[in-house]
Ligand binder design. Structure first.
Ligand SMILES: C[S@@+](CC[C@H](N)C(=O)[O-])C[C@H]1O[C@@H](n2cnc3c(N)ncnc32)[C@H](O)[C@@H]1O
Length: 351
């Protein structure tokens, strides 16, 4: 049923990919070089990339997501995040919906009838739409990529939902400048915190947007404490997993809690949702991998016979590469791709 409902989205994404220009494809492929790093701080990024590192960062993120949002829409993870495993019998898409339901229930106590929510790194606006459907509240999404904002705006207009989008780099406090201070009941950020350079500064910006008593929910890509950068196997797995998942930084969950507490929040919940009892997140990985590899195989075959353009096969091959690293990094518990935190704003802080 879900798949039937998704057919127009899948067809739309296929169409956009079919007509990607050579330049767009090359930019997408080149962006992977940027993600093939294990950056530990903004200073580290500057030392590796040079003085124009911010420009390289922005260009790489935009070029990657400009294409990736359509590739994801072809498959089971339209929402561009890898959900925690909540029900192993269900698809990744269903697990996303289950996670969003849980997130909304966790945020709900902070919501007031006309209050708004802030979606940080709002993708194609699909989560914002779901959050509005579940709460009736308005949502404002921030995204660095105009392509996804365009998709999100069309969706909001079509459904007549009170969802707005702000185009900007959320690393810049100015991106928050358009949002009225203390005007949000809640904020959420689903697998986009890995793109934040200066987490304490960013948390202060989020703090500024929320009213006291507002709630902030985060699903983040984290590293686990026994990840050792000096171990060549660990390092290789981390870098290749980051390339696959478009992750940039990989903080410890404990660091996130500390920075939140220093930024006027109280952490009320912190949980590694990548693991569920005996079941590892690998179960989801297997499903996703199988699904996208099947698409990859067909596109590659059809492009060999020139039924589909070669560029489409190149994009899919790049998109599905390094799955083995993700699998191994997860098996060794080097990463926690779905760490879930809920924090309440308890006081105002200076920016
Ligand atoms: C892994 S995706 C998650 C998308 C979205 N939360 C969802 O569930 O569909 C990360 C999102 O953050 C956006 N993003 C990345 N860096 C950003 C930045 N510096 N400022 C604003 N948005 C950013 C990307 O364009 C992308 O939409």
């Amino acid at each position: 049923m879900q798949t039937l409902k998704r057919i127009p989205t899948i067809m739309g994404a296929f169409w956009r990919l079919l007509f990607m220009s050579r330049e767009e494809i090359d930019d997408f492929l080149t962006a992977y070089d940027f993600f093939g790093n294990d950056f530990t701080s903004e200073e580290h990024m500057r030392s590796v990339l040079g003085e124009d590192y911010i420009e390289i960062y922005r260009r790489s993120v935009r070029d990657r997501y400009h294409v990736m949002n359509f590739l994801c829409a072809l498959g089971d993870v339209e929402k561009m995040y890898s959900p925690p495993l909540i029900d192993e019998t269900k698809s990744p898409f269903d697990n996303q919906l289950m996670f969003e339901k849980r997130m909304v229930e966790d945020i709900r106590p902070a919501l007031t009838p006309n209050g708004r929510l802030l979606d940080l790194g709002s993708g194609r606006g699909t989560v914002s739409a779901n959050v509005h459907e579940q709460t009736g509240n308005g949502v404002v999404g921030i995204n660095i990529d105009p392509t996804q904002i365009e998709v999100g705006r069309k969706l909001a207009v079509k459904k007549k939902y009170p969802i707005e989008f702000v185009l900007g780099d959320f690393n810049e406090p100015e991106a928050f400048g358009l949002l009225e201070e203390g005007s949000f009941d809640a904020a959420y950020q689903i697998q986009a915190l890995s793109n934040v350079h200066d987490k304490p500064r960013f948390f202060r910006s989020v703090n500024r947007c929320l009213r006291v008593g507002g709630r902030y929910s985060i699903l983040a890509y984290c590293r686990n404490p026994h990840y050792d950068r000096d171990n060549p196997t660990h390092y290789d797995l981390m870098v290749r997993t980051k390339q696959l998942m478009a992750a940039i930084y990989s903080p410890l969950a404990s660091e996130l809690s500390e920075w939140l507490e220093d930024s006027g929040f109280r952490v009320v919940h912190s949980e590694d949702m990548s693991v569920k009892g005996e079941l590892s997140w690998l179960v989801l990985y297997e499903k996703l991998n199988k699904h996208f590899n099947r698409i990859d195989t067909w596109v590659s075959r059809l492009s060999r016979y020139r039924i589909l353009p070669r560029g489409m096969a190149e994009m899919l091959a790049r998109f599905t590469a390094n799955g083995d690293a993700w699998h191994e990094a997860d098996r060794l518990r080097l990463i926690a791709p779905a760490w879930y935190i809920i924090a309440d704003k308890v006081r105002d802080v200076e920016r």
